[in-house]
Design a protein around this ligand. Structure first.
Ligand code: SAM
Length: 253
Protein backbone atom coordinates (compact mmCIF):
# COMPACT_ATOMS: atom_id res chain seq x y z
CA UNK A 1 0.00 0.00 0.00
CA UNK A 2 1.61 3.33 -1.04
CA UNK A 3 1.97 5.88 1.75
CA UNK A 4 2.81 9.54 2.28
CA UNK A 5 5.58 10.25 4.80
CA UNK A 6 5.40 13.69 6.41
CA UNK A 7 8.23 15.30 8.32
CA UNK A 8 6.54 18.16 10.21
CA UNK A 9 8.18 21.56 10.55
CA UNK A 10 10.28 21.94 13.75
CA UNK A 11 10.40 25.20 15.62
CA UNK A 12 12.35 26.33 18.66
CA UNK A 13 12.17 29.49 20.77
CA UNK A 14 15.52 31.30 20.92
CA UNK A 15 15.65 34.41 23.14
CA UNK A 16 11.87 34.60 23.06
CA UNK A 17 11.77 34.45 19.24
CA UNK A 18 10.29 31.48 17.41
CA UNK A 19 12.63 30.04 14.77
CA UNK A 20 12.09 27.28 12.23
CA UNK A 21 14.97 24.78 12.44
CA UNK A 22 13.56 22.19 10.03
CA UNK A 23 11.12 22.84 7.22
CA UNK A 24 8.13 20.64 6.46
CA UNK A 25 8.96 17.87 4.01
CA UNK A 26 6.91 15.06 2.52
CA UNK A 27 7.48 12.05 0.29
CA UNK A 28 5.24 9.73 -1.70
CA UNK A 29 6.41 6.14 -1.16
CA UNK A 30 5.01 3.80 -3.79
CA UNK A 31 6.95 0.68 -2.86
CA UNK A 32 6.52 -0.10 0.84
CA UNK A 33 8.03 -3.56 0.50
CA UNK A 34 11.49 -1.95 0.85
CA UNK A 35 13.11 0.38 3.38
CA UNK A 36 12.65 4.08 2.53
CA UNK A 37 15.74 6.28 2.27
CA UNK A 38 15.56 10.08 2.05
CA UNK A 39 17.32 13.14 3.40
CA UNK A 40 19.74 11.09 5.48
CA UNK A 41 17.10 8.97 7.20
CA UNK A 42 15.96 5.39 6.79
CA UNK A 43 12.46 4.24 7.65
CA UNK A 44 12.31 0.45 7.76
CA UNK A 45 9.69 -1.29 5.66
CA UNK A 46 7.91 -2.60 8.81
CA UNK A 47 7.48 1.03 9.91
CA UNK A 48 5.96 2.18 6.60
CA UNK A 49 2.36 2.03 7.77
CA UNK A 50 -0.09 4.71 8.95
CA UNK A 51 0.92 6.20 12.31
CA UNK A 52 3.86 8.01 13.91
CA UNK A 53 7.50 6.93 13.68
CA UNK A 54 10.34 8.42 15.73
CA UNK A 55 13.84 8.27 14.28
CA UNK A 56 16.53 10.11 16.25
CA UNK A 57 15.20 13.59 17.00
CA UNK A 58 12.72 13.51 14.14
CA UNK A 59 9.16 12.36 14.21
CA UNK A 60 7.48 11.31 10.97
CA UNK A 61 3.75 11.00 10.33
CA UNK A 62 2.68 8.35 7.86
CA UNK A 63 -0.72 8.18 6.16
CA UNK A 64 -2.11 5.88 3.46
CA UNK A 65 -1.78 7.47 0.01
CA UNK A 66 -5.14 8.52 -1.45
CA UNK A 67 -6.19 8.22 -5.10
CA UNK A 68 -4.98 11.80 -5.62
CA UNK A 69 -1.57 11.14 -4.03
CA UNK A 70 -1.09 8.21 -6.39
CA UNK A 71 -2.45 10.18 -9.35
CA UNK A 72 0.13 12.93 -8.76
CA UNK A 73 2.84 10.26 -8.89
CA UNK A 74 1.92 8.79 -12.29
CA UNK A 75 4.67 8.11 -14.79
CA UNK A 76 4.91 11.02 -17.25
CA UNK A 77 6.02 10.48 -20.79
CA UNK A 78 4.13 13.23 -22.62
CA UNK A 79 3.04 16.59 -21.15
CA UNK A 80 -0.12 16.05 -19.07
CA UNK A 81 -3.23 18.20 -18.78
CA UNK A 82 -3.25 19.83 -15.34
CA UNK A 83 -6.03 19.34 -12.81
CA UNK A 84 -7.02 23.01 -12.98
CA UNK A 85 -7.84 22.56 -16.67
CA UNK A 86 -9.42 19.11 -16.28
CA UNK A 87 -11.56 20.48 -13.43
CA UNK A 88 -12.85 23.22 -15.71
CA UNK A 89 -13.70 20.73 -18.49
CA UNK A 90 -15.54 18.50 -16.00
CA UNK A 91 -17.57 21.39 -14.59
CA UNK A 92 -18.22 23.32 -17.78
CA UNK A 93 -19.19 20.31 -19.91
CA UNK A 94 -21.14 18.69 -17.06
CA UNK A 95 -19.35 15.34 -16.84
CA UNK A 96 -21.34 12.86 -14.71
CA UNK A 97 -21.15 9.18 -13.78
CA UNK A 98 -23.26 8.44 -16.90
CA UNK A 99 -20.98 10.32 -19.33
CA UNK A 100 -19.02 8.77 -22.17
CA UNK A 101 -15.75 10.49 -23.09
CA UNK A 102 -13.67 10.15 -26.25
CA UNK A 103 -10.16 11.60 -26.13
CA UNK A 104 -6.98 11.81 -28.17
CA UNK A 105 -4.05 11.54 -27.65
CA UNK A 106 -3.76 9.57 -24.49
CA UNK A 107 -0.20 10.76 -23.70
CA UNK A 108 0.54 9.63 -20.15
CA UNK A 109 -3.15 9.00 -19.45
CA UNK A 110 -3.62 11.83 -16.93
CA UNK A 111 -6.90 13.02 -18.48
CA UNK A 112 -8.00 9.42 -19.13
CA UNK A 113 -7.55 8.40 -15.50
CA UNK A 114 -9.29 11.41 -13.93
CA UNK A 115 -12.25 11.18 -16.34
CA UNK A 116 -12.52 7.40 -15.94
CA UNK A 117 -12.72 7.73 -12.14
CA UNK A 118 -15.75 9.98 -12.57
CA UNK A 119 -17.62 8.85 -15.67
CA UNK A 120 -19.02 5.68 -17.24
CA UNK A 121 -16.55 5.01 -20.06
CA UNK A 122 -13.51 6.57 -21.72
CA UNK A 123 -12.41 5.68 -25.26
CA UNK A 124 -8.87 6.93 -25.91
CA UNK A 125 -6.97 7.04 -29.19
CA UNK A 126 -3.22 7.41 -29.46
CA UNK A 127 -0.73 7.14 -32.31
CA UNK A 128 2.45 6.27 -30.35
CA UNK A 129 2.75 2.72 -28.99
CA UNK A 130 5.16 3.85 -26.23
CA UNK A 131 2.59 6.32 -24.89
CA UNK A 132 -0.14 3.68 -24.99
CA UNK A 133 2.02 1.45 -22.80
CA UNK A 134 2.81 4.23 -20.30
CA UNK A 135 -0.86 5.24 -20.07
CA UNK A 136 -1.94 1.62 -19.60
CA UNK A 137 0.65 1.12 -16.86
CA UNK A 138 -0.63 4.27 -15.09
CA UNK A 139 -4.26 3.16 -15.53
CA UNK A 140 -3.52 -0.27 -14.06
CA UNK A 141 -1.72 1.26 -11.09
CA UNK A 142 -4.69 3.53 -10.39
CA UNK A 143 -7.25 0.72 -10.78
CA UNK A 144 -8.92 2.13 -13.92
CA UNK A 145 -10.99 -0.52 -15.68
CA UNK A 146 -13.54 1.54 -17.63
CA UNK A 147 -11.11 3.09 -20.16
CA UNK A 148 -9.81 1.57 -23.37
CA UNK A 149 -6.86 2.86 -25.33
CA UNK A 150 -6.63 2.08 -29.04
CA UNK A 151 -3.84 2.76 -31.49
CA UNK A 152 -5.20 5.07 -34.19
CA UNK A 153 -4.51 8.35 -35.98
CA UNK A 154 -7.30 10.62 -34.75
CA UNK A 155 -6.91 12.82 -37.83
CA UNK A 156 -8.08 9.87 -39.92
CA UNK A 157 -11.86 9.74 -39.55
CA UNK A 158 -12.03 6.17 -40.86
CA UNK A 159 -9.50 4.88 -38.33
CA UNK A 160 -11.59 5.85 -35.29
CA UNK A 161 -14.63 3.85 -34.25
CA UNK A 162 -16.50 5.60 -31.45
CA UNK A 163 -19.79 7.48 -31.15
CA UNK A 164 -22.32 9.07 -28.79
CA UNK A 165 -19.70 10.79 -26.65
CA UNK A 166 -20.82 13.47 -24.22
CA UNK A 167 -17.34 15.00 -24.37
CA UNK A 168 -14.62 14.70 -27.03
CA UNK A 169 -11.28 16.01 -25.80
CA UNK A 170 -8.62 16.91 -28.36
CA UNK A 171 -5.13 17.20 -26.91
CA UNK A 172 -3.30 16.99 -30.22
CA UNK A 173 -0.88 19.30 -32.03
CA UNK A 174 -3.34 20.11 -34.85
CA UNK A 175 -6.88 19.73 -33.46
CA UNK A 176 -8.44 21.35 -36.57
CA UNK A 177 -7.41 18.21 -38.48
CA UNK A 178 -9.45 16.14 -36.00
CA UNK A 179 -12.76 17.98 -36.45
CA UNK A 180 -14.39 15.41 -38.74
CA UNK A 181 -13.47 12.61 -36.35
CA UNK A 182 -14.64 14.64 -33.35
CA UNK A 183 -18.01 15.34 -35.02
CA UNK A 184 -18.42 11.62 -35.73
CA UNK A 185 -17.66 10.73 -32.09
CA UNK A 186 -19.70 13.46 -30.34
CA UNK A 187 -23.39 12.97 -29.73
CA UNK A 188 -25.82 15.74 -30.67
CA UNK A 189 -25.55 18.28 -27.85
CA UNK A 190 -22.17 16.89 -26.83
CA UNK A 191 -19.05 19.00 -26.32
CA UNK A 192 -15.79 19.06 -28.25
CA UNK A 193 -12.89 20.56 -26.30
CA UNK A 194 -9.57 21.55 -27.86
CA UNK A 195 -6.65 21.94 -25.47
CA UNK A 196 -4.02 24.09 -27.19
CA UNK A 197 -0.90 25.62 -25.61
CA UNK A 198 -0.84 28.41 -28.20
CA UNK A 199 -3.60 30.93 -29.00
CA UNK A 200 -2.80 30.68 -32.71
CA UNK A 201 -3.74 26.99 -32.54
CA UNK A 202 -7.02 27.95 -30.84
CA UNK A 203 -7.72 30.56 -33.54
CA UNK A 204 -7.06 28.08 -36.34
CA UNK A 205 -9.30 25.54 -34.62
CA UNK A 206 -12.17 28.03 -34.31
CA UNK A 207 -11.85 29.21 -37.92
CA UNK A 208 -12.04 25.59 -39.09
CA UNK A 209 -15.39 24.87 -37.39
CA UNK A 210 -18.15 23.86 -39.77
CA UNK A 211 -21.93 24.34 -39.64
CA UNK A 212 -23.52 22.85 -36.53
CA UNK A 213 -20.43 23.31 -34.41
CA UNK A 214 -21.15 26.12 -32.00
CA UNK A 215 -18.13 27.90 -30.57
CA UNK A 216 -19.16 28.49 -26.95
CA UNK A 217 -15.93 29.95 -25.64
CA UNK A 218 -12.14 30.00 -25.65
CA UNK A 219 -10.67 30.54 -22.21
CA UNK A 220 -7.55 30.24 -20.11
CA UNK A 221 -7.76 29.08 -16.50
CA UNK A 222 -5.48 31.22 -14.35
CA UNK A 223 -4.53 29.74 -11.01
CA UNK A 224 -2.73 32.09 -8.60
CA UNK A 225 -1.34 31.09 -5.19
CA UNK A 226 -1.41 33.42 -2.19
CA UNK A 227 1.14 33.65 0.56
CA UNK A 228 -0.46 33.86 4.01
CA UNK A 229 2.06 34.49 6.74
CA UNK A 230 1.05 36.75 9.61
CA UNK A 231 0.09 40.11 8.12
CA UNK A 232 1.90 39.33 4.87
CA UNK A 233 -1.06 38.29 2.79
CA UNK A 234 -0.46 38.69 -0.91
CA UNK A 235 -0.11 36.79 -4.16
CA UNK A 236 2.98 34.62 -4.32
CA UNK A 237 5.72 36.43 -6.22
CA UNK A 238 6.03 34.25 -9.28
CA UNK A 239 5.04 34.32 -12.88
CA UNK A 240 1.55 33.06 -13.51
CA UNK A 241 2.20 29.75 -15.24
CA UNK A 242 0.47 29.27 -18.55
CA UNK A 243 -0.70 25.79 -19.48
CA UNK A 244 -3.08 26.01 -22.44
CA UNK A 245 -6.21 27.56 -23.91
CA UNK A 246 -9.44 25.63 -23.77
CA UNK A 247 -11.82 26.00 -26.69
CA UNK A 248 -15.29 24.62 -26.05
CA UNK A 249 -17.53 23.75 -28.98
CA UNK A 250 -21.02 22.24 -28.85
CA UNK A 251 -22.27 19.94 -31.58
CA UNK A 252 -25.79 21.15 -32.38
CA UNK A 253 -26.26 19.59 -35.83
C1 SAM B 1 0.20 16.23 -24.86
S1 SAM B 1 -0.02 14.54 -25.15
C2 SAM B 1 -1.58 14.15 -24.42
C3 SAM B 1 -1.56 14.20 -22.92
C4 SAM B 1 -2.80 13.64 -22.26
N1 SAM B 1 -3.99 14.39 -22.62
C5 SAM B 1 -2.66 13.60 -20.75
O1 SAM B 1 -3.37 14.35 -20.04
O2 SAM B 1 -1.82 12.83 -20.24
C6 SAM B 1 -0.42 14.51 -26.88
C7 SAM B 1 -0.49 13.09 -27.41
O3 SAM B 1 -1.10 13.10 -28.69
C8 SAM B 1 -0.54 12.04 -29.44
N2 SAM B 1 -0.85 12.29 -30.85
C9 SAM B 1 -0.29 13.21 -31.67
N3 SAM B 1 -0.88 13.16 -32.89
C10 SAM B 1 -1.83 12.20 -32.83
C11 SAM B 1 -2.78 11.68 -33.76
N4 SAM B 1 -2.85 12.15 -35.01
N5 SAM B 1 -3.64 10.71 -33.35
C12 SAM B 1 -3.57 10.22 -32.10
N6 SAM B 1 -2.67 10.66 -31.16
C13 SAM B 1 -1.82 11.63 -31.52
C14 SAM B 1 0.93 12.12 -29.07
O4 SAM B 1 1.62 10.94 -29.38
C15 SAM B 1 0.86 12.42 -27.56
O5 SAM B 1 0.89 11.24 -26.82
Amino acid sequence: MPVIVYKPERKVIVDGVQRTIAKHEQWFVRDTSRDFHAAGIIIRKEQLKPGRVKIGNNEFIIIAASFLDQYKGIRREAQIITRKDLGFIIGFCGLTKDSVVVESGVGSGAATILFAKLCKKVHSFEIEQKNIEVAQENMKRLGVKNAVVKKADFYDVKAVKAKNADIVLLDLPEPWKALDTARKCAKLGGYIVAYTPSITQAAKFVSSLSEGMLHERTTEIIDRDWRIKGDAVRPVTADIGHTAFLTIVRRIL
